[in-house]
Structure formats: C-alpha cells, structure tokens
Ligand binder design. Structure first.
Ligand code: ZN
Length: 503
C-alpha cells in the first residue's frame, strides 16, 4: 500500500467519524433546546452509543498502521502542507486516546458524572465541604491520566494539550503573570476614576421579541448566513457546528437587561463564523477543524468586545436600536451608551464579569488548579485559598462558596486545564484585532457605516481557513508577527477605560 493510498483510507475514515460526531452534535443541540425532559435517558443511550463507536473506530490498530505507512514519506515532508499538518495532528490525537487504559477512562467518566451531581447539590446549599471529597477524587484521577499521557515539568502540561496543543504551563504562566500585575493596576485605576458610566441605561425595559429582532440583525451584519444557521433560546448559550452548511447558536433574553442577549449573540456568532469559515474540503480532518479552544474563543471575544463594545459600532447601531426601543433610549447619546455597555466593577461571578475583571477570574482558577495538580494545594483547602486570593485581586470578600469556588461546573466535570483557554482567547483576540487594524487603517470607520465584511474577510484569510494547520502559538506568530503577549489586551483596555472612567 502506498502512502497516498493509506492517506486516502485514513482521511475517508476520519470523515465518517466526523459525520458520526455531527449526529451527536445534533442530538446534543436538540437535548439543550427542544427535547422533552422525558427523553433524557434515551438521549444518554444514543449519545453513549455513538461516542463508543467513534472511540472504538478512532483507536483501532488500523489507524496506527495507516499513520505508520504515511509518516516519514514524501507525502508529509513539507512541514505546513495540508497532508503533513493533518497527519501530525491525527497522530497527536491518536496517541493521546490510545494511551489511556479503558478501566481508567470508565472510572473517570463514572466519577465525574457523580461528582457533577454532588457539585450541583453543594452549590445549591453553598456547601463546599460536601463537594471537597469529590474534588479530591477528580484531581487524583486527573493526575493518573496525566501520568499516562506523560509530560515534561508539571503534570498540568499533560492536560493543556487537550485544549491548547503545544502550549506549556511555563509559556502560559509567563504571559499570565504579567497580565495579572497589569490588570490589578488597571482595575485600581478604574475604581478610583473621576467618571462613572450611567449603567442604568442598559437595565431599562427591553421587550424580548424586539431584542430578538435587533440581535439577529446584528448577527447578520457580522456575516452570519441564516440560510446556514439559526438562533434558539437556552439557559446556557452555546454555538454548535453540525458540519458544513449548518452551524447553530443559542442565547438567553432578559427583558430588563440589554447586555445578556445582545453580546451573547455577538459572542456565539463569532464562534459560528469561525466554524463556517473552516475549509469544507477538509471537513473531518484537522485542517478543517478549529486550531484550539483558545483560538475559537478569540473569535467570539473579538466580535463581542473589540467590535460590539467599540464606540464606532454604536455610532452605527445606536440610531437603529433607538428606533426599536424608542421610549427606553430617548435622549441617550453614543458616549453614554458606550460607557454603559462597558461598565466595570468587581463581581463574584465569572460569566457575568466585564472585560477588565474577567481575566482575573480565570487567573485565580488557573493558579489553584495548577497548584492542585502539583500537589501543592489540597482539595479541602481550595475554598480558603480561593477566598483569600479573591480578596487580593478584587478587593471584596467572598460571601459564600456558591459565589466563590463552587460557581463553575469545570472541576466537577473533570475539565482541569480548560480555564486558561478563556484568557488565551481574550489575549489572542486583542493581538489579532490590533493587527487587523494595522493592516486595514479604515477598519473602525467601516464599523461606523455598519460594514463588517472587511474584518470578516481578514479573519477568514488569516485565521479561519488554516483550521488546525498551525498550532495556536505558531498561528499567533504567523498572523501577527509576534509571540503571544499581554500587551495588546492591556493597551486596548487601558485606552478604553481611561476615556470612560477618566483616569
Ligand atoms: Zn465562547
């Protein structure tokens, strides 16, 4: 069998697996949108069956044989050719999935599903003590998993690869440490600023059906094609790419708060645009797949913040918003509205945090989970450590564990090392956007005219079309000419908040 034949067989198999996975995606979307509650047991069986089929096929020895026949041949000798990139990534994923003993995988799935239930109960009662033994079990199993994968330096390095291939704790920490110092300083300046935005503007009356009309028109302006998408309502908004020609988003509406649905829709549309910009020809292969969680998040945050929270965006959209919500926005100026949607204050809950405080929430989680994996922090001590660091970073006391270390599902679900992707996404988004502005000097004035196709085209060409052809750090360097840095994000936020808060 030639390398080319092996490659064809391998890519054919992977495309079939992608189709199977997309069936799971559709079942999952339905579960979170329209499925009657009674369907949950059967749905779990359906999802479990498909997941088992996919795992078995992907980890079969045949995949290993095909990879061996291709590796080292001329077909993959050019480092960033599609073939070489596909094989490199498939090998990475194959090795990871075949390194874990079946018994460990099963125990992990069982433990995390029980620990999620324990977490829900603990959160409802704000009782960390009842959750601590479960956290201890999850951490112990995660350490075993890290040992199976193998790592240099700390066990945390073995886990990052699931979210940010090629990244290390050393690289992340170097950037995060600088980010933390500058963020604490920036937040101090915001607190002591001479001006305050009129935040009540966004908490007036905004009927839900009208919010939907406006939100979907913004998504369409961003470039979302409603022939290939739809927007539904869920408690926890998400974006789900079903495959070529079908990527769906969800949102939640609050009739007395404009931000949640509006910026939620812009965020999920950013994810959807990335998915729909991946090369359809490579569907099912790494080159037709997202580069990482962090890169995915960079696309959503770029549209949500750099675009949606810019003044130029509201120069165009505020008059439209006023036509829809005349009585609530009468007399409101662009500057007032811009200030209101950028209001910043320390808060307990990560998912509700503004741009200036958001990353401090992530850094806190990252530092604690890293310490847990190293064995420097015991599960039982997490709440105490959380609260003291929180006071340090945000200047407020955590009043209960539900507002503290019990607020996120991630640790109970075994998703240790996921959190950094959120901040990496914010860092990448600022670095990408700064480069887009440098490449297109008229970009911000395009926004004032309601034109976003220039930006979308730039993202398509520089980021989307590559898929996972480059690892996140390589992609960042290739797109911006610079390694990942905290500077673009800090510079962008400092300029914005300086104007709004007057420091
Ligand atoms: Zn997101």
């Amino acid at each position: 069998m030639s390398a080319q034949q092996a490659y064809s067989e391998l890519t054919q198999t992977l495309k079939e697996l992608a189709i199977l996975n997309s069936c799971s995606g559709l079942l999952g979307w339905d579960q979170r949108t329209y499925m009657p509650r009674g369907g949950s047991k059967n749905r779990a069986d359906q999802l479990g069956l498909i997941a088992g089929m996919v795992h078995e096929k992907f980890t079969s020895p045949r995949i290993g044989e095909l990879l061996k026949q291709i590796e080292g041949t001329d077909l993959v000798k050019t480092y960033d050719s599609v073939e070489a990139a596909n094989i490199r990534e498939i090998r990475r994923r194959y090795d990871r999935q075949t390194k874990l003993p079946k018994a460990l995988v099963e125990e992990f799935v069982k433990t995390t599903s029980m620990s999620e239930v324990a977490w829900e109960t603990a959160r409802a009662k704000s009782d960390f003590k009842s959750f601590a033994p479960w956290l201890e079990k999850v951490v112990a199993l995660t350490k075993q998993i890290a040992d199976c994968y193998g790592y240099k330096g700390e066990p945390y390095n073995a886990l990052i690869d699931d979210y940010e291939p090629g990244m290390t704790v050393e690289e992340i920490s170097t950037v995060f440490e600088k980010l933390r110092i500058d963020l604490v300083e920036l937040n101090g300046k915001i607190r002591n600023g001479k001006k305050r935005p009129k935040v009540e503007i966004i908490t007036r009356s905004y009927p839900v059906d009208l919010q939907r009309v406006f939100g979907e028109s913004v998504a369409a302006a961003q470039g979302l094609d409603f022939n290939e998408s739809r927007c539904d309502v869920t408690v926890h908004p998400f974006c789900s790419g079903m495959g070529p020609g079908d990527v769906r988003i969800t949102t939640r509406y609050n009739p007395s708060r404009l931000n949640d649905a509006l910026f939620g829709i812009m965020h999920e549309t950013g994810h959807a645009l990335y998915d729909s910009g991946l090369e359809r020809e490579y569907y099912g292969l790494p080159c037709g797949d997202a580069a990482s969680y962090g890169i995915h998040e960079s696309q959503s945050r770029l549209w949500e913040n750099q675009v949606g929270r810019s003044k130029e965006f509201w120069v165009y959209f505020l008059p439209q918003l006023k036509r829809i919500f005349r009585s609530s926005l009468d007399g409101v100026t662009v500057d007032e509205f811009y200030g209101a949607v950028n209001d910043s204050q320390p808060s307990y809950i990560r998912v509700e945090a503004d741009e200036a405080t958001y990353n401090l929430h992530i850094l806190l989680r990252y530092e604690l989970e890293r310490a847990m994996m190293k064995g420097d922090l015991k599960a039982v001590d997490v709440a105490g450590e959380w609260n003291s660091r929180f006071k340090n970073y945000f200047g407020i006391e955590v009043d209960n564990d539900a507002h503290g270390c019990l607020q996120d599902v991630h640790w109970s679900a075994g998703l240790i090392a996921y959190f950094p992707s959120y901040s990496l996404g914010n860092l990448y988004s600022a670095q990408f956007f700064a480069k887009a502005k440098a490449d297109m000097p008229g970009l911000m004035s395009q926004f004032e005219r309601g034109e976003f196709s220039g930006l979308l085209q730039w993202l398509r060409t520089n980021i989307h079309k590559h898929g996972a052809r480059y690892r996140p750090a390589e992609l960042c360097k290739k797109v911006t000419g610079q390694p990942l840095s905290h500077k673009p994000l800090i510079d962008y936020m400092t300029a914005k908040y300086k104007e709004i808060y007057g420091f």
